[in-house]
Design a protein around this ligand. Structure first.
Ligand code: DCP
Ligand code: MG
Length: 637
């Protein structure tokens, strides 16, 4: 059974014992953090979808580039940067799967026979869906009451396991209390360990690689006892080993239920968990014992540490000529602070010693969804522009509908961004209400915006994006969601979980950092479709930029169109500034009819309804909690 924490047996006296054990474990203060990363993620999704044999080399192709390479293909020397031709030369029987695409007239993405960059638009929907299923399995084992799951990218997560692990340990001892004289036996078993200075003996199971210990024997005999060299002692190891058994259950559930393998790292903080997670890829988990941290880090290039791979790492290298972690051990905290600044210096001093207090943070859902296409060569006719608006319009419709089904929310604004030699500009209008929305209507609104800007200025068009913004559902921004609580609960697992859905985690590929879920189509596969928020290395110009991350969608200039509007539903003529509120009003009314929610006091579109009372927020993406997190990044000191 998937369980987040053990249940203490209800024997008399067990409450006191479990409190005592829990208190002891808490007082030792050590954390247990998990990092999970799917192996060759997109490739596995396609292997499962197409029923490809496990040993069949397979690559996922986006136009002429490879974006995912499975492990059998890697064994033949194929890498992500290879071209299709190079991969074929290395492995003639390789299987290529091109990512799903939208073509004109597609209402959802499909696996087209021969998609062309000139006419098709990539979709990451299959990977987002697979990712959502994976995360829901992880969350089943790490429920919010006792743990935190942080989505770091489409195929990567952190989980804070400390409380769950401690509860499992408590439950183990309390289970001894079942039966005659149980509580005495359980207490005695506990005290024997509590008063032992060396702590409990830990047997590392055969499914976990442990840094610094020999690999597990490959006999596959489950009954074989743990070899002495794979036994250690101590409470921290005991907690990590308990976590390892939970992580094995999580990985097996992902494998059994979805068919995907993943790798995992288990350590006493996020940084260490991530550092060891890929050590034994694919399909293996690795634990880093606290006692082995310094030895493990000694010869590691320091740029492998989270946040040290980018400009900050370069600054450190230039300042000290350092390569490996141990090259930085000789500097005192004060020396590093003097050179790099108080907070970065102090952070670095700790980081190179494996000390890091980053919390595992539950991420909010993105408030914006963007579909974008870059054109090479540029688009020169309005006919072609209409083709692309149609494709992007249906993509946005597909995704927003999927999101509505999952999260019960709908967009408020439609933002069009155009880039041409004479234009680099965004325009905004109200998003079509759900009951009267389809891809053609979205495309028509976008076309209206282009016309009001002037068609001539838009051509030749170099890039075009459509964003659905103002998605409700996050904590603190969920007035409409709360207003329609009953309706939203219908999409949740249970009534209680309704709040969880509303405040829930980001869907895959959605970034808290910029609050935007992007599907960017580019013919450059290095331009990773899904930015990861887990590692700021590649995007942060320097450590100082931790304090000022930018939104992905730059809304340089936003104008509302049209100046006034006439509601097609009730015929009222209103100011353009009242349009979205008014449409919310109809939307609310429709929902209330569907769900029989009583709309207490819903008024006219002039601002009297609860829906209309929704506060105007900053533009989507400007208030990502990542900024906050990064600002506080060094404040924790
Ligand atoms: N991805 C992409 N473009 C890139 C890098 C990655 O589109 N330049 C996509 C495809 C990957 C997925 O993101 O399958 C996850 O990225 P990872 O870096 O985790 O790589 P993989 O999961 O493919 O392999 P690994 O087993 O090394 O994690
Ligand atoms: Mg991966």
């Amino acid at each position: 059974m998937a369980t987040g924490g053990g249940q203490a047996a209800a024997q008399p006296g067990t409450a006191a014992l479990s409190k005592r054990i829990a208190g002891f474990l808490r007082s030792n203060g050590s954390r247990v953090v998990l990092h999970v990363d799917l192996d060759a993620f997109y490739a596995q999704v396609e292997m499962v979808r197409t029923g490809s044999p496990e040993d069949q080399p397979l690559c996922v192709q986006q136009w002429q580039g490879l974006i995912a390479v499975n492990y059998p293909a890697r064994a033949k020397g194929i890498k992500r940067h290879c071209t299709v031709q190079e991969a074929l030369a290395l492995c003639p029987d390789i299987k290529f799967v091109h990512v799903a695409t939208y073509s004109k007239g597609d209402h959802e993405a499909r696996y087209h026979e021969d998609p062309k960059y000139a006419t098709h638009k990539v979709s990451l929907k299959p990977y987002r869906q697979a990712s959502a299923r994976i995360f829901s399995i992880i969350e089943r084992f790490v429920p919010p009451a006792h743990g935190v799951v942080e989505r770091a990218s489409i195929d990567e997560a952190y989980a804070e396991l400390t409380e769950i692990v401690n509860r499992r340990i408590v439950a183990k001892f309390c289970a001894i209390a079942d039966g005659p004289n149980g509580i005495e036996r359980a207490t005695a078993a506990w005290e024997a360990l509590e008063y032992d200075e060396d702590g409990p003996e830990v047997e590392w199971g055969p499914d976990t690689c442990v840094v610094g210990l020999p690999d597990p024997p490959k006999t596959g005999d489950e009954n074989e006892s743990t070899p002495p060299e794979r036994r250690t002692r101590g409470w921290q190891d005991y907690q990590l080993a308990e976590a390892a058994s939970l992580v094995l259950d999580i990985r097996q559930a992902i494998r059994n239920e979805l068919g995907y393998t993943c790798s995992a790292g288990i350590g006493s903080n996020k940084m260490l968990a991530k550092l060891v997670s890929a050590l034994n890829k694919p399909a293996k988990q690795t634990a880093l014992r606290t006692g082995a941290v310094l030895e493990f880090m000694r010869d590691l290039p320091f740029t492998k540490i989270r946040n040290l791979g980018g400009k900050f790492g370069e600054e450190v290298e230039a300042a000290y000529g350092a390569k490996n972690v141990s090259d930085l051990w000789k500097y005192s905290r004060e020396q590093l602070q003097t050179r790099l600044g108080a907070q970065p210096g102090s952070w670095l001093y700790d980081a190179v010693r494996g000390v890091n207090s980053d919390e595992v943070v539950r991420r909010n859902m993105a408030q914006t969804m963007m579909a974008a296409k870059s054109f090479r060569p540029s688009v020169t006719s309005m006919e072609e522009v209409k083709h692309w608006l149609d494709v992007l319009g249906w993509e946005i419709h597909d995704r927003i509908t999927e999101d509505f089904e999952a999260n019960g929310r709908w967009a408020k604004t439609l933002v069009l961004h155009l880039k041409s030699p004479s234009l680099d500009k965004s325009r905004t209008c109200a998003f079509p209400p759900r009951h009267m929305c389809d891809g053609d209507i979205i495309a028509a609104r976008a076309l209206e915006m282009i016309k009001s800007e002037g068609e001539a200025k838009a051509l030749p068009l170099m890039r075009c994006s459509l964003s659905a913004g103002g998605l409700f559902g996050d904590k603190g921004n969920g007035t409409i969601a709360r207003f329609f609580g009953k309706k939203m609960d219908a999409t949740a697992d249970s009534g209680k979980e309704g709040a969880h859905v509303l405040e829930g985690d980001a869907d895959v590929g959605r970034l808290e950092a910029d609050g935007c879920e992007q599907d960017e189509d580019t013919d450059n596969p290095d331009n990773k479709n899904i930015a990861t928020s887990s590692d700021l290395n590649s995007t942060s110009p320097s450590i100082k930029s931790f304090f000022a991350s930018k939104p992905a969608i730059a809304i340089e200039e936003t104008e509302e169109v049209p100046e006034s509007f006439t509601c097609s539903r009730c015929g009222k003529s209103l100011l353009k500034s009242q349009q979205s509120e008014h449409e919310d009003y109809h939307f609310a009314l429709d929902l209330s009819k569907e769900s029989r929610v009583v709309l207490g006091g819903a008024g006219s579109g002039s601002g009297g309804s609860s829906v209309a009372g929704v506060k105007r927020k900053q533009p989507p993406g400007r208030s990502g909690t990542s900024d906050k997190k990064l600002t506080s990044f060094f404040k924790r000191e």
